[in-house]
Write a protein that binds this ligand. Structure first.
Ligand code: ZN
Length: 323
């Protein structure tokens, strides 16, 4: 079987990456930023509307920060803003056209912060019905466009057991993964929220290797990284736009303990905030300007950086071709 996507031919053995502009064969040598934001609007699910921001104003603000990534050969940019928090796929497509970046968007819903960013219908419908909506976005495109999600983004509050609505989100993510192969990135934070999610996935027959533990830097007990790695999930240390030293310590721990092959790094930076008159943007470059020299001084090699920035994310975000 051959799938065509913007000039790429992909054969049946290969997995692929789904960007907003189409599919790409998985390649282990491209630079990734695996968790960033172009726009986030925390106004709440009841009030959010795409007319709260103007594409030209957003682009004017955002473009210099994205142009700065050219110097570092960044190829893939994962936009982790979910639906009802400002996901705007037409904006992402415009930016991809203008910058040449391969931008990846998502389906799913964010339950963290006590379900404030969930639309009301989530309470009424089943996990199966929720999954149908997300699978529909993948199979037919998002909001009457041909733009497809490249992963499932969910969010939970880190408690065990999970809140029942947040359990439903995890179940819907599992069902969507089983049908589409899309990886699941879950805003989780502390490990307390990881274990109940992994239990649900296991019960439903989803491999932990399809799961990205987002904001894992919030966990303070490093033994939990070893435990998570043994379970087989991806561990995303993605707060590098905000602080450096804690991340350096955790990445060094990962290398010393042989789990660097399961670590993702990113900034969680950006973003245009429609609620602000004056934007306060965090750049997406600390990895290249600060983390790189800091790890190099601790003996990190080019192969280590290639794992963190290319090999691992290309595996984590790859979608197996389904018959
Ligand atoms: Zn984020």
């Amino acid at each position: 079987m051959l799938l065509m996507g913007f000039g790429c031919k992909i054969n049946a053995q290969q997995a692929f990456i789904q960007g907003v502009k189409g599919i790409h064969p998985t390649a282990p040598n491209k630079i990734w930023l695996s968790h960033e934001h172009i726009l986030v609007d925390f106004i709440g699910a009841d009030s959010i509307q795409p007319d709260r921001w103007n594409h030209d104003s957003v682009m004017k603000e955002v473009m210099p920060y994205l142009e700065a990534l050219k110097a570092y050969n960044v190829h893939y940019f994962v936009d982790a803003t979910p639906n009802f928090l400002g996901r705007d796929v037409l904006l992402l497509e415009k930016i991809a056209d203008k910058t040449g970046l391969n931008i990846i968007t998502n389906t799913g819903l964010y339950g963290a912060r006590n379900n404030k960013f969930l639309p009301k219908y989530v309470q009424r419908i089943s996990a199966e019905e929720l999954a149908e909506k997300w699978i529909g976005e993948y199979e037919n495109g998002i909001n009457n466009t041909s733009i497809k999600p490249g992963f499932i983004k969910i969010g939970i509050d880190a408690t065990d057991p999970l809140d029942h609505i947040q359990q439903k989100l995890v179940q819907a993510a599992a069902l969507t993964n089983l049908r589409t192969g899309l990886p699941i990135a879950s805003h989780t934070g502390k490990a307390a929220g990881l274990w109940p999610q992994l239990r649900i996935l296991k019960e439903m027959g989803v491999s932990a290797s399809s799961f990205i533990w987002v904001h894992a830097q919030e966990e303070s007990n490093h033994d939990n990284y070893l435990k998570a790695a043994a379970e087989g999930c991806w561990i995303s240390l993605d707060g590098l736009g905000w602080e450096l030293d804690k991340h350096v310590e955790k990445i060094v721990f990962a290398k010393e303990n042989g789990i660097l092959g399961q670590i993702l790094i990113s900034h969680d930076a950006g973003w245009y905030d429609p609620q602000k008159e004056q934007q306060t943007f965090k750049p997406y470059t600390a990895i290249f300007e600060q983390l790189y020299p800091a790890l190099k001084s601790k003996g990190f090699t080019d192969d280590d950086f290639a794992l963190l920035l290319s090999v691992n994310p290309s595996k984590a975000f790859s979608i197996p071709i389904r018959p």
